[in-house]
Design a protein around this ligand. Structure first.
Ligand code: NAD
Ligand code: ZN
Length: 255
């Protein structure tokens, strides 16, 4: 494990300025107390996301989706970035990291200080009325007075968070920017993602085809591990990232 931490730091430094990209998934925020879909415990034992966070459910019965969103927002709004998020923010400040492609909808990368973040699945900072298209900051509907909350503009009951629900399209600009980053990077870090949700899982594959090294950080092996990863650091994001940053600093001191 220690060897792979050193190896990752060397590969990042070798890659050079703005040549490292990262794909992050729900595992990135586990140490911020946001449970992943496929882990044990937490919110997703109560609500099957593919049902409660499906666009058809939302359109037919927004109150049902909001019963889940209420609990999710509670968890997300209390969450703080963890050392894994701060490690990525340092890599951006040091000039190595060009961009984070995140599947998360919790906004924690931006709160940790990263500026270049592609939100593949949108976020929960805004809600949009599906009837009149008015957008509100989520704070304006919180705390919830009713479920579902009603649109102040048109009185409709379909205020939907800007997060992408199952059955919805990924924003085309998120896909094109991610592909561009995947084509351009020399190293892609794949952190805390189970690598089964497409098209996000395509990005490390595209990077690999273009000759990039793929470094996984995940306590568990994934379909990437034997298929495309050069190596895996079998550790949590919160433990691995600060150590990688420490090693990068040691290496660059000697340059
Ligand atoms: P996932 O739930 O399918 O998988 C999580 C992965 O993280 C697993 O491979 C697990 O082994 C790993 N993991 C667990 N703890 C970790 C840690 N401390 N450090 C590093 N890795 C850890 O997540 P996914 O692949 O991102 O796909 C699920 C979808 O769920 C995504 O599209 C995402 O939008 C959504 N989601 C987002 C959040 C969030 O915003 N925080 C939370 C739950 C789900
Ligand atoms: Zn409206």
């Amino acid at each position: 494990m220690d060897d792979n931490i050193k190896r990752a730091a060397e590969d990042i430094v070798k890659a050079g300025r703005k040549k490292v990209a990262a794909l992050t998934g729900a595992g990135m925020s586990v140490e911020s107390n946001i449970p992943p879909f496929r882990g044990k415990g937490g919110l997703w034992e109560k609500f099957n996301p593919e049902e409660y966070a499906h666009i058809d459910t939302f359109r037919q019965d927004p109150a049902k989706s909001w019963s889940m969103l209420k609990d999710l927002l509670d968890v997300i709004l209390k969450a703080q970035p963890n050392p894994g998020h701060y490690g990525l923010a340092e890599l951006e400040k040091m000039g190595y990291l060009s961009c984070i492609i995140t599947q998360n909808v919790d906004g924690l990368h931006q709160r940790a200080g990263n500026r270049e973040v592609v939100e593949f699945h949108g976020n929960n900072q805004w809600v949009i009325c599906l009837d009149c298209r008015k957008r509100y900051e989520i704070a304006t509907v919180l705390p919830l007075k009713e479920i579902p909350p009603l649109c102040k503009e048109c009185g409709g009951n379909k205020l939907k968070p800007d997060a992408i629900f199952f059955g919805e399209m990924i924003p085309p600009e998120a896909i094109s920017r991610s592909e561009q980053e995947a084509n351009n990077c020399a190293v892609m870090l794949s952190i805390g993602t189970s690598a089964v949700v497409y098209p996000a899982a395509n990005m490390p594959e595209i990077a690999k085809w273009n000759g990039a090294k793929i470094i996984e950080i995940n306590p568990e092996r994934t379909p990437f591990t034997s298929k495309i990863s050069d190596y895996i650091i079998e550790e949590t994001a919160g433990k691995a990232m600060p150590r990688i940053v420490e090693e990068v600093k040691k290496l660059t001191k000697n340059i």
